[in-house]
Design a binder for this molecule. Structure first.
Ligand code: ACO
Length: 358
């Protein structure tokens, strides 16, 4: 579908202050070919699981989980739900939010570490059920909790180069694939999906700049080692639970997450030619409260300028940034004209940041 400059954006968040002389006073003025975030949607499974419920499965306590992570509850997908179901629901919500039809979408990029099946990718399932036609669709698999912001960066480039309208999805059904007997990891995660429509639109929420990076030398610090070609699935390995064992060196992950999310934030601000003082709200990957607090301190920001919802949903991987952004908008924490900074970090290690102007 050709680019139509009169297309709809997010009506209630359309910026109204960037025309004429106002533009001169705005930090990081609008690019001549702005790429917009044209719709945003989420899906949360109904079941809420408390920390106390975890004590039925592992030797833990509400006190330990809250003190170490700030997490109180998380959502758990129903037995009948799979990754594509969650992704589809979020995708439909994002389309409705931007008043789009499936036929308006030119491409789908889906970030997940918990795919529908091993082959093909989850995006193929979403494409058929969404009814978008034979457009290109692909997964960013294994990109960890940075997946959605990485996908946003890719979508922005596709929109810029080719005028495409790209559906970006971050989805995780982490509780299905993790080890419910490993207290080191199981209490951290939750299930959710978030989606955004990205495309050329001068009037919408603008993606002002984006940045991303990877340090593959740290791949052994966080991930699932069994199940691929290096450590193939065998009966013995499945019996040992290795296919769902998340290797995680918690303290190293903690340190890297804080350092990379802060550095990526500064990098994207520099790209956009603005300072952290210009940013109204930072929406970071919701790994845990202590990581969020450490990032906030590194960025020298007060509590109210960093959005937090990890206490309700736990770490939802690649769904966490769109879920937090959606909730921040829903709670009225973002006003027209605000600069909003997204920053994320995850297995790989991958990191990414994006600056939005509402
Ligand atoms: N309940 C009770 N005790 C637990 C639990 C639990 N759920 N999990 C671990 N423990 C125990 C360990 O067995 C260990 O006991 P030991 O000392 O007897 O061996 C002890 O708690 C570990 O304590 P600490 O090392 O002091 O724990 P720490 O303060 O480092 O907190 C945590 C651990 C929460 C994992 C922290 O390191 C962290 O947040 N790391 C980041 C991990 C993360 O966010 N991963 C998500 C994916 S990556 C991302 O999203 C950025």
């Amino acid at each position: 579908m050709p680019y139509n400059p009169n297309r709809k954006g997010i009506p209630h968040t359309r910026a109204v202050t960037h025309q004429g002389e106002d533009e001169v006073d705005q930090p990081g003025t609008r690019s001549p070919h702005p790429i917009g975030l044209l719709g945003l949607g989420v899906y949360l499974p109904e079941r809420v699981m408390t920390n106390d419920e975890w004590t039925e499965y592992v030797d833990t306590s509400d006190e330990w989980i809250v003190t170490r992570t700030g997490i109180h509850t998380r959502r758990i997908a129903g037995d009948e739900e799979s990754t594509a179901d969650l992704a589809l629901a979020a995708a439909r919500a994002a389309l409705a939010d931007g008043a789009f039809e499936p036929a308006d979408i030119d491409e789908i990029v889906l970030a997940t570490d918990t795919p529908e099946v091993f082959i093909p990718d989850t995006a193929a399932y979403v494409q058929t059920r969404l009814g978008v036609g034979h457009i290109p669709c692909y997964d960013l698999g294994g990109s960890g909790c940075a997946g959605f912001v990485l996908a946003l960066d890719i979508a922005r480039s596709r929109a810029l180069a080719d005028g495409r309208r790209v559906l970006v999805i971050g989805v995780e059904l982490l509780t299905r694939l993790m080890d419910w007997e490993d207290r080191n990891t199981c209490v951290l995660f939750g299930d959710a999906a978030g989606a955004a429509v990205v495309g050329p639109d001068p009037g919408a929420v603008e993606i002002v700049a984006a940045t991303a990076g990877t340090d593959g030398s740290k791949s052994h610090i966080l991930g699932v080692e069994a199940g691929g070609t290096r450590v193939p699935t065998t009966v013995e390995r499945v019996e040992q639970g290795l296919h769902k064992h998340v290797v995680m060196r918690g303290r190293e992950v903690f340190r890297e997450a804080v350092s990379r999310m802060s550095a990526a934030s500064h990098q994207v601000l520099e790209k956009a030619g603005v300072s952290i003082d210009d940013v109204a709200l930072v929406v970071p990957h919701q790994a845990n409260l202590r990581i969020l607090d450490a990032v906030r301190k590194r960025l020298n920001l007060p509590d109210e300028r960093v959005f937090v919802n990890v206490h309700k949903y736990g770490n939802t991987g690649s769904a966490s940034v769109p879920l937090a952004l959606w909730e921040a908008r829903d709670q009225g924490r973002i006003k027209p004209g605000d600069l909003v900074l997204l920053t994320a970090f995850g297995a790989g290690f991958h990191w990414a940041a994006a600056l939005l102007r509402f």
